[in-house]
Design a protein around this ligand. Structure first.
Ligand code: AGP
Length: 610
């Protein structure tokens, strides 16, 4: 998903745009470009590849402009190259557009524009936008009206910004489905996909909702619907600091975010555990707790790593609240016309809060009368704002595309929800206090595991040339096996699969030989004896085994090739500990393969299109 940024003010916009694009690069990084107005002319410069290459290109041009827009791309339509890079423009190069999203009816629009004589030079869906606006400008409409008329013809999603040489006092921005904010400064204003692009300049932001557009001048802004109805908007103060979105001396954001987990887990629990009552306090749920406790069913819907967190949540909720719980891929849930009733509580988990499939699934659930809760990390994100209520994970900004600390914080929040509901049902004070006590010990236990970093790096060295991996776990650790496999896939490009360990005999065991590394998540819990037999079955077929085991487990060393010993906790919280060695293993294997860990190929941090 692309990143967009714009500036209008008295300063030179070039460094502001370039630094903003660098901060947005985690959203998309296959090509980049800027357009700006200066000395009564307009200019566009684009480049294939990272923003730093564009910066290099610009460094040879002595540009001074107070109005410009910039874009970093994650290709959906048209290969990553200079022509398909944004900004796109009209034929006389007076109007420039940057777009994040997908124009679903672009072929139809193209056909009608071709009839008007427009010639398309790119393979993108986005190129239709400047031509469509231009067709209305040619009819004599001013820019704002032309943008509105164009947007009313577009189907799909967009976060976009427009500049026009003939109206050099404004940027027009509009949003439908893709995130877009305004940054409010002193005699300067910004537009951006998210706060990280403008945090260096202002903490005053305005969140645009779907169907809203803004006319942004250097000293004021007007927000309207695309039907031209003016809207009064609130300015929100951002609490995040710039330091939080820097690497803090680590080589990669991913490693920094893995190492931050003692604090991020602590922050996710802060002020939410009440030992005396053996329960949790979640302000966001207060008005809804009775409805939640009396739910006939709980559904958790999400994508990717957040879906894996949902699977762990299912184990927690069913074990302790006895409310039937299901987990749904949001992309399937939104289209399969699921049976939903007002007695259902549906939890939508999303780190970014912008994942298109999860957002759409939530809108579907609300439409059908269910209670739609959000668990999000990004404050002010679409899912957070549109959910009926919800809980922030407070894991802090997660920049690395591979989600790590957000996952462990999502598990903390699911454990808090479970505790809150269970204590309203049959769980005793003592059992509740037991869980609260174990949760408070987690940050130190995570610190202990992080001390194994170099040991895990040494194991990674042995497997950097592997071409396949299997991850196996039982019970609460089955979803962790899926998550471990996903981490390895997305940053090391090694094919990996996660399975419930007992499923091995039903097929995957055929893959086992001395070339197939298998990671077993085997802490000493009620499934231990069973998983030891699975390890023996694998060993018997010369499988190479890495075992995630309990620190007091000496028995397993005779069976596995490499063991990573971690502290124990209660079963429901064990995934918060067992996932960390898997995050580090994937990280080190990818680093040893010399790959760009923070911006893995073909991926983006938040998937704002279908
Ligand atoms: C995880 O490492 C990936 N970045 C991806 O699977 C991610 O979890 C998924 O896109 C969901 O994102 P969200 O939590 O922001 O909705």
């Amino acid at each position: 998903m692309c990143g967009i940024v714009g500036y209008i003010g008295n300063k030179n916009c070039i460094p502001i745009l370039i630094n903003g694009l660098k901060r947005l690069e985690y959203r998309g990084y296959d090509s980049a470009g800027i357009a700006y107005l200066a000395d009564g002319s307009s200019f566009v410069i684009k480049n294939k590849g990272k923003v730093s290459l564009l910066e290099e290109k610009l460094s040879h041009l002595n540009i001074n402009s107070n109005l410009g827009i910039g874009h970093t791309r994650w290709a959906t339509h048209g290969i990553p190259n200079e022509i398909n890079a944004h900004p796109h423009f009209n034929e006389d190069k007076t109007l420039y557009v940057i777009h994040n999203g997908i124009i679903e009816n672009y072929q139809t629009i193209r056909a009608s524009l071709r009839k008007l004589g427009y010639n398309f030079i790119t393979e993108t869906d986005s190129e239709t936008i400047p031509y469509l606006i231009d067709s209305f400008l040619k009819k004599g409409f001013p820019l704002c009206k032309s943008v509105q008329l164009a947007l009313n013809e577009i189907e799909g999603t967009y976060g976009l910004a427009v500049i026009y040489l003939n109206e050099p006092d404004k940027i027009i921005a509009a949003r439908k489905g893709s995130p877009l904010i305004l940054g409010i400064g002193e005699n300067e204003n910004f537009v951006a996909s998210d706060v990280s692009a403008i945090l260096a300049h202002t903490k005053q932001v305005v969140y645009l909702e779907d169907g809203e557009m803004a006319v942004v001048y250097k000293d004021h802004f007007v927000v309207k619907t695309i039907e031209d109805v003016e809207i009064k908007k609130e300015i929100t103060e951002i609490t995040m600091s710039l330091e939080e979105i820097d690497k803090g001396g680590y080589p990669h954001f991913m490693l920094k975010e893995i190492m931050e987990q003692p604090d991020s887990v602590q922050n996710s629990m802060r002020g939410r555990l009440i030992y005396e009552e053996g329960t949790a306090k979640l302000g966001g749920l207060e008005g809804y707790i009775d409805r939640i406790v009396n739910s006939k069913r709980i559904i958790i819907s999400a994508c990717g790593t957040s879906w894996h967190a949902g699977l762990v949540g299912e184990y927690m909720l069913e074990q302790f609240t006895r409310i039937p719980t299901e987990v749904e891929y949001a992309s399937e849930f939104r289209y399969r016309n699921p049976i939903i009733s007002k007695d259902d509580t549906i939890i939508f988990i999303s780190q970014s809060g912008e994942t298109a499939d999860t957002l759409a699934a939530m809108r579907e659930a609300k439409r059908k009368g269910a209670l739609a809760l959000g668990i999000c990390n990004v404050v002010g994100s679409s899912i957070a704002r549109e959910s009926m209520t919800g809980i922030y994970t407070h894991a802090g900004p997660e920049i690395g595309v591979a989600s790590t600390k957000a996952f462990s914080s999502q598990l903390i929040v699911l454990a808090l929800i479970t505790l809150l509901i269970a204590r309203k049902k049959d769980m005793s004070l003592v059992d509740g206090q037991g869980i609260v006590e174990e949760m408070t010990k987690l940050p130190d236990k995570i610190r202990q595991i992080l001390k194994l970093n170099s040991e895990i790096e040494a194991i990674a060295e042995k497997f950097k040339s592997a071409t396949n991996f299997l991850y196996l776990g039982r019970g609460y650790n089955f979803p962790v096996a899926l998550e471990g496999a996903l981490k390895l896939k997305e940053i090391s490009y090694i094919h990996a699969e996660g399975y419930p360990a007992a499923e091995m005999k039903h097929g995957p065991i055929a893959l086992i030989d001395d070339n197939m590394p298998t990671v077993f998540i085997a802490p000493k819990d009620s499934t231990y004896d069973k998983i030891i037999s699975n390890i023996e079955e694998t060993k018997a077929r010369k499988g190479v085994i890495i075992g995630i085991a309990s620190e007091n487990d000496d028995n397993i060393d005779r069976l596995v090739d490499y063991s990573i010993k971690i502290p124990d906790t209660i079963r429901m919280l064990m995934p918060i500990l067992t996932v960390i060695p898997l995050q580090l293993l994937a990280y080190h294997i990818a680093v040893k393969k010399g790959l760009n860990v923070d911006q893995p190929r073909n991926l983006a941090k938040s998937v704002t299109v279908e």
